[in-house]
Design a protein around this ligand. Sequence first.
Ligand SMILES: C[C@@H](CNC(N)=O)C(=O)O
Ligand SMILES: [Zn+2]
Ligand SMILES: [Zn+2]
Ligand SMILES: [Zn+2]
Length: 520
Amino acid sequence: ETIYPHDVAIVSAEPWVAGDRSAQSRIFIKNGTIVNDDQSFHADIYIEDGIIKQVGTNLVIPGGARTIDARGKFVMPGGIDTHTHFQMPFMGTVSADDFYSGTKAALAGGTTMIIDFVIPQKGESLLDAYEKWRGWADAKVCCDYGLHVAVTWWNDQVSKEMDVLCSEKGVNSYKVFMAYKDVFMLDDDEIYHCFKRCKELKALPMVHAENGHLIAIKSRELLQQGVSGPEGHLQSRPEEVEEEATTRAITIADQAGAPLYVVHVMSKSSANVISKARREGKIVFGEPIAAGLGTDGTHHYNKCWRHAAGHVMGPPLRADPTTPGYLMDLLANNDLQLTGTDNCTFNADQKAIGKDNFTRIPNGVNGVEDRMSIIWEKGVYSGKMDPCRFVAVTSATAAKVFNIYPKKGRIAVGSDADIVIWNGEATRTISAKTHHQAVDFNIFEGMTVHGVPEYVITGGSIVMDEGQLKVTQGLGRFVPTPVNSQTVFGRVGNREKSRQPQIVEREPYTGPVVEIKEED
Ligand SMILES: C[C@@H](CNC(N)=O)C(=O)O
Ligand SMILES: [Zn+2]
Ligand SMILES: [Zn+2]
Ligand SMILES: [Zn+2]
């Protein structure tokens, strides 16, 4: 793996060094503009052992502190990426960014926590899969991380294991797939049972909303009609295939009395469905991702196969070029709430598994390194949202939804010192030639964006110092996400009361009843 000259990967020999979080580091950040989701203000910050100890002016701080002058810069909570798939076994291969390169790239872009997905195969114990993912991640992460668990099959064992994952393993969110037929997909009744179980456990149901039956049929038809290139991927799952499943998932969740988190909202129509449901009082959260906010699906028609295949993910990037701006408008307006990346990267030779058949192109694109800059460029620099809203959609709301606020997602005394010092005016040009991700392609290639991290602090260390990356493999910690987030469940109880089944007391019917004929 190429080590770029400007980043020094300190891979410590003694694990205790990497794991030693009581870093004696004392850091004093002065003259910055602190931005939380609810307010921005001028103040200084004193950090010790990875915790924010003081926020204010004229601070009295102990000697030996490293001082950072943040004049003219924003001092914000580090980003929380709600949706990554590092080293994910998928479609016959494994995603190219692992928990080391993925979290290093996250830090390079100003993200200080990621939440990845445990994805059991059908029939595999969720607990076994969870332990497997923990084994992969704990040894490699450079920043803190959490885990969602996918429910790819359903029976009483799955229901029981969800309880253990919630009560003992720090999991509070479960993703079901309505796509990937025969691989991850559940049918509507199984989805209902899973959502109902989530509500009982006060865990958050999440959904990949695409109609997997239609995708399978349309894909076969397109291949028979001679469409084998990446353009077939887009044509096999048009917007309405996402919109229909989004509507159905919201209905199933509402009937189960459960909240719902729709991951990777990729289209205008599905975003509108979510916005309408929220206006109707349903408890729905919509997660657009960096890819859908920063680029579009016209690339499926690029003459270069690698370029087109490099944009293949599910649900697809939409060919309507007004989609990114539309999704950003809804995100700015809180019709959509928070962002992840769905970072699931594959090199050219991996995408080429599908060189003759688009249904075999591993689905997934990059985003983890560029999410913060893309949203700053398209959201803040464009005037669609202010810095406070930027903090909400990149960090604070995620911390609230996944119930780790204000430990994460806020600049406050007692919060983790996960901090990015952000230059809102500087620009950088995104390229696979210079990014820290392991993958050989970047869907934002050549894009010049405003918004650059100058310092990133996490785990008590300055992991980016004046633009120089100094990560430590294994420094990151698993962050348990407790059940019963009030942002998610605060009103479920009272709503339940108003939706009790109705029983009518009435005199019994005593009139004639027709004889039913046994079917021959
Ligand atoms: C399999 C995983 C990543 N791939 C993708 N979205 O295309 C997902 O569906 O979220
Ligand atoms: Zn998905
Ligand atoms: Zn090319
Ligand atoms: Zn995903």
